[in-house]
Design a protein around this ligand. Structure first.
Ligand code: CAA
Length: 384
């Protein structure tokens, strides 16, 4: 096993870091204050290729490997988790899912436009009454002979209001339980549906989180992704990609918290010397570094399996669980090091802490990751 990055991966890290420092980080506080969706950032990001990192070049992407994908996601997460979330949904939940499950026509129709940022996409799984137990979706899809009619409500859908493409899961045969769940690619221009943005969030304030309102939304059969009844499997495989991206982003947030804390602690003085010279502050910094580096290696292990095309649900859940919990610890320590200043948005660490919170909830809570890991370890299913 080689822990060195290849020259290509190093140059991708540099490209992503320079872009994030120049184009993303400077506006993050103002976007957060104004709850302003980062459309301008996405417009600049598209020509660099970051909206289609792991998508093959033939479909308009950069064709990078999964470690590089994690590195780009980490660097963007270091600058702004709201931008990173938008990207995680676009690439990991939607693009990679179309790449894996889509027909050639669906890939050619959607992937180049998604990679160019002409189309922003969302992933419609969660419903007002259904979060962790995704097998029990209440949204329905009825085939009336001419196509499908979708009804239901979705909530906490990242990119929901701005998306022109919605990957939506609905049950085509509720009598079959999760084996009736079917996936659809809804082209919003051709099959309009409603949305309502959610405001007043604790964190990720400049990302878009919305409800989707599906009232008799008609889609043709060609909008179906995969087979009838294959939707739950498609959703789970999408989450194997999405959780990897969330874990990578959490590593970026933690790294940002370390960088800010070191900058602060080496110039702020107390008791006659920089606070970085006090042992208890160094202990916090060292805990933050160990946590972050351990999480990064867990992410890269899952990425290595993805590169090899091997099963990685267990390793992705371990990485997601550890990285998201550690980012909360690390950002909390960062506030502690900043003292009272850490409690104000004059410094970025309070935003890092607020933004870190949702990682432990979305794309499968910490508890769901533990149940997945526990099931792999014991062979006993404690879910449901
Ligand atoms: N890949 C492919 N198929 C999979 C899979 C995977 N990783 N995991 C499970 N499956 C398949 C199983 O093989 C099984 O297939 P069969 O029915 O053919 O046997 C089927 O799916 C059912 O699987 P389980 O028995 O594992 O289902 P379960 O009910 O025991 O557990 C769960 C499922 C793990 C709890 C799952 O419901 C889950 O992950 N819940 C959390 C939901 C979640 O993460 N939501 C996030 C919302 S998206 C979001 O947050 C996006 C956003 O906008 C921010």
């Amino acid at each position: 096993m080689d822990f060195d990055l290849t020259p290509e991966q190093e140059s991708i890290r540099k490209l992503a870091r320079d872009f994030a420092d120049r184009e993303i980080a400077p506006g993050a506080r103002e976007r957060d204050r104004a709850e302003k969706f980062p459309a301008d950032v996405l417009r600049k990001m598209a020509p660099v290729g970051f909206l289609g990192g792991p998508i093959p070049e033939q479909y308009g992407g950069m064709g990078v490997d999964y470690i590089s994908h994690a590195i780009i996601t980490e660097e963007i997460g270091r600058a702004d988790s709201s931008v990173r979330t938008t990207l995680s949904v676009q690439i990991s939940l939607v693009e990679l899912t179309i790449l894996k499950w889509g027909s050639e026509e669906q890939k050619r129709t959607w992937l180049p436009r998604l990679c160019k940022g002409e189309v922003i996409a969302c992933f419609g799984l969660t419903e007002p009454a259904v979060g962790s137990d995704a097998t029990r979706l209440q949204a329905t899809a009825q085939n009336d002979g001419e196509g499908w009619v979708l009804n239901g409500r979705k909530t906490w859908i990242s990119n929901g209001s701005v998306a022109k493409l919605a990957l939506v899961f609905a049950n085509a045969d509720p009598s079959k339980g999760h084996k009736g769940i079917t996936a659809f690619l809804i082209d919003r221009e051709k099959s309009p549906y409603g949305s309502q943005a959610i405001h007043g969030k604790l964190g990720l304030r400049s990302s878009d989180s919305s409800e989707l309102i599906l009232d008799n939304v008609r889609v043709p059969d060609s909008a179906r992704l995969g087979e009838i009844g294959e939707g739950f499997k498609i959703a789970m495989s999408a989450l194997d990609s999405g959780r990897y991206s969330v874990a990578s982003g959490a590593v970026g947030t933690a790294q940002a918290a370390i960088d800010a804390s070191v900058a602060y602690a080496t110039q702020r003085e107390a008791f006659g010397k920089p606070i970085a010279g006090h042992q208890l502050v160094q202990e916090m910094i060292s805990d933050m570094v160990v946590d972050t580096e351990a999480a990064r290696l867990l992410v890269w292990r899952a990425g290595d399996l993805k590169n090899k095309g091997k099963p990685n649900t267990r390793e992705t859940s371990i990485a997601k669980l550890f990285a998201t919990e550690m980012a909360q610890r690390v950002t909390d320590n960062a506030i502690q090091i900043h003292g009272g200043y850490g409690f104000s948005d004059e410094f970025p660490v309070e935003r890092f802490w607020r933004d870190a919170r949702v990682n432990r909830l979305y794309e499968g809570t910490t508890q769901i990751q533990k149940l997945i890991i526990g099931r792999f370890t014991t062979g006993i299913d404690a879910i449901g």
